[in-house]
Design a protein around this ligand. Structure first.
Ligand code: NI
Length: 664
């Protein structure tokens, strides 16, 4: 019996569906012992044990840094074995480097016996940037006499109001003399008052270049040296109530009340709500990830996704001037969404009956760090689910409710709010909201900014793009799936179609990774269906889910540009690969200081088969941010999203059983 039959078989024990966690009918040995589920993130104690094991066995001392420590997630075969009662080895992967030599290593530590089971030199790779370095760099620069002197030339003398903000580089843009260093470049910002917004006042034309390995200033690029004027226009870049010019408007309270509590339940990290079930993960890089997402359909818990997460984010600023040409952020590969996750507050970030989960990560010494209230779980009313008014039987209407699992990330000046939403009709929506403060620069009197929008007096916000790569490891009723491009075609007028009304749908299977490189096409309303050929619905057709491609846009980057060469993934809307446990990062394992994209383009060059395979979809969506004055000084959320919708997964509307409210 193959895996897909096993998973799709009607009446199969839901607890035995691969990867979908125990629901009480099957207790794996480690569950019984109160041990973590194999997919549970590392605990504070486990972070400490990893650091201690590497300190003891590999001599890691204070001259080393940890870039990341995470659970070595068991692959699908190991999870199946776990469900069958086998013990899964719990292991952690650590990326660390020796500050004295700059040499980086990848270590695997067994958490069964605290031994280092693998130790691999990473040649020519720079691990991700860390928050510790960001803070230490800011401290170093603000106390550096050379920066103080450069600021004094501009009339800035209060260093307590100065903020520096170090960015990572693309290798092609690093000066030859600094190649091979753990190098960063920085902006300089200035607060108009003690609690003023630092990002309100750019110190345009001033950029320290730093060696983060030695935590030393290498040089300061100063436009004053080139004779460029650097005066500061009067701007209003504040958003705190006490600092804005207008009084606050009047708003009456709005309360969300669920007097009987929420209708989801959380057992460890296994979340159940109505027909949905999933397991919540978290790591330094992807932040929240969703494992083993399934939908209970009668007696069956049917798999939909093995794992959903964001694998990379690429933000090229489309401004070639000296202040911005290096500004291409890889917020996931360079910094990590998990590391930048911020605590949420009830009543502010989330309304209603909220359950929070903390996240535990670590600093560069390997010490655990807890982010309280990192993940928010709650229900939302979402208007009407379905409705009909009939002259005889009257009005029938159902309220839609959705389960929302979310987390918020602050990347220095910018915020990303991530919402995974699960609907009663089997749809999944993934929405990202961008907010926070845009990067701005001043420009000289008498000119106009060509590469951005004017947002304040002689101040512009450069145009930029936020490309987000969602990694969607879908398992539609099992692991063996095929992706189809599905598009509409209007038929020509002929004898069978005399009025030119005929519209047909063409479904084309994507058989290889080359065919899996897909671009959005508005003319034919192209979308993609993930189909399980071996599982049929009650109408006799294979079951499927459709990736509804919203929020996508073309890269508009020359193939020779350094930004594109580091992130070829943005060149297509969709990529499809066969599942490999070690293929996780579309721009390569270490995009920090990268020159080429060593992820998706390299994997897919093998042109492997993706037909009737365990497919992984890489969907590129985001925000093409043509900046505007209304985004300043703090940006109202801009939203982008995509949907996964059942197409023939069910035999009919699966939400007929939603009760009326109030009850009839
Ligand atoms: Ni933006």
């Amino acid at each position: 019996m193959n895996t897909s039959e096993q998973q799709a078989a009607p009446g199969a024990d839901p607890a035995r569906i691969a990867g979908v966690g125990s629901v009480g009918r099957h207790i794996a040995p480690d569950d019984a012992a109160g041990a973590p589920h194999p997919l549970d993130p590392l605990t504070a104690e486990e972070f400490r044990r990893v650091a201690a094991a590497l300190g003891r066995d590999r001599g890691l001392d204070a001259s080393w840094r940890f870039a990341s420590i995470e659970l070595a997630e068991p692959d699908k075969a190991a999870l199946r074995a776990h469900l069958a009662g086998s013990l899964v080895r719990r292991e952690a992967v650590a990326i660390c480097w020796n500050r004295a030599t700059g040499q980086a290593y990848r270590a695997v530590v067994s958490l069964a016996d605290d031994t280092v089971v693998a130790w691999q030199e990473l040649t020519g790779q720079q691990p991700n940037m860390t928050l510790d370095e960001w803070h230490e760099c800011d401290e170093m620069l603000r106390n550096h006499p050379q920066l103080a002197a450069a600021l004094a030339r501009r009339g800035i003398t209060d260093m307590r109001r100065v903020l520096t903000d170090v960015w990572a580089y693309g290798a092609a843009l690093v000066p030859e003399r600094y190649r091979g260093l753990r190098i960063g470049w920085s902006d300089v910002w200035y607060r108009a008052s003690e609690d003023g917004n630092p990002y309100a006042h750019s110190v345009t034309g001033l950029h320290p270049v730093v060696d983060l390995g030695r935590m030393a200033l290498l040089e300061i690029e100063d436009s004053l040296d080139d004779g460029t004027a650097a005066d500061r226009p009067e701007v209003m870049g504040e958003y705190l109530p006490q600092l804005i010019p207008a009084p606050l408007r009047e708003v009456k309270p709005l309360h969300i009340s669920q007097p009987e509590g929420a209708s989801f339940s959380l057992d460890g990290r296994l979340l159940s709500w109505q027909n949905w079930q999933m397991r919540l993960g978290f790591n330094y890089r992807e932040g929240l990830l969703l494992h083993t997402v399934g939908f209970r359909d009668g007696q069956r818990l049917r798999p939909i996704a093995h794992r959903l997460s964001f694998a990379e984010m690429i933000v090229p600023y489309r401004d070639p001037t000296p202040d911005h040409y290096r500004r291409t952020a890889f917020d996931i590969g360079e910094w990590g969404l998990g590391f930048m996750t911020t605590s949420l507050e009830r009543g502010c970030d989330c309304l209603g009956e909220i359950t929070y989960l903390d996240a535990v990560l670590h600093d560069t010494a390997g010490e655990p760090r807890t982010i309280p209230n990192a993940i928010c779980i709650h229900e939302e009313d979402h208007g009407v689910l379905w409705k009909h008014v009939d002259a005889a039987s009257g009005t029938e209407v159902r309220r839609s409710r959705r389960l929302v699992v979310s987390f918020h990330v602050t990347v220095a000046n910018y915020e990303y709010l991530v919402y995974w939403r699960f609907y009663q009709d089997g749809s999944i929506e993934c929405e990202v909201q961008a907010t926070g403060i845009m990067v701005t620069s001043y420009f000289p009197e008498g000119s106009q900014p060509p590469y951005g929008a004017l947002v304040d007096q002689r101040t512009y916000a450069p145009f930029h793009q936020h490309f987000i790569v969602a990694r969607l490891d879908l398992d539609i009723d099992g692991q063996v799936n095929t992706v189809y491009a599905t598009q509409s075609q209007a038929l020509p007028v002929d004898s069978a179609n005399p009025y030119g009304l005929g519209l047909v749908v063409q479904d084309t299977p994507l058989r290889t990774e080359s065919e899996g490189k897909q671009d959005y096409d508005w003319q034919v309303q192209r979308a993609w269906k993930v189909v399980n050929e071996t599982a049929r619905n009650g109408l006799g057709n294979p079951v499927g889910y459709k990736l509804v491609p919203t929020g996508c846009f073309p890269a508009m980057l020359d193939p020779s540009s350094p930004a594109f060469r580091r992130a070829e993934v943005v060149g297509h809307t969709l990529w499809v690969t066969p599942y490999r446990a070690d293929e996780r990062w579309p721009c390569g394992d270490f995009p920090n200081l990268s020159e080429h994209d060593s992820g998706l383009p390299r994997w897919t060059a093998q042109n492997r088969s993706i037909e009737n395979a365990d497919v992984v979809l890489w969907y590129v969506f985001g925000i093409h941010h043509i900046t505007r004055p209304e985004d300043w000084p703090v940006m109202p959320v801009d939203s982008t999203s995509f949907w996964l919708k059942p197409v023939g997964f069910f035999d009919r509307n699966p939400a007929l059983d939603v009760p009326p409210s109030p009850p009839h």
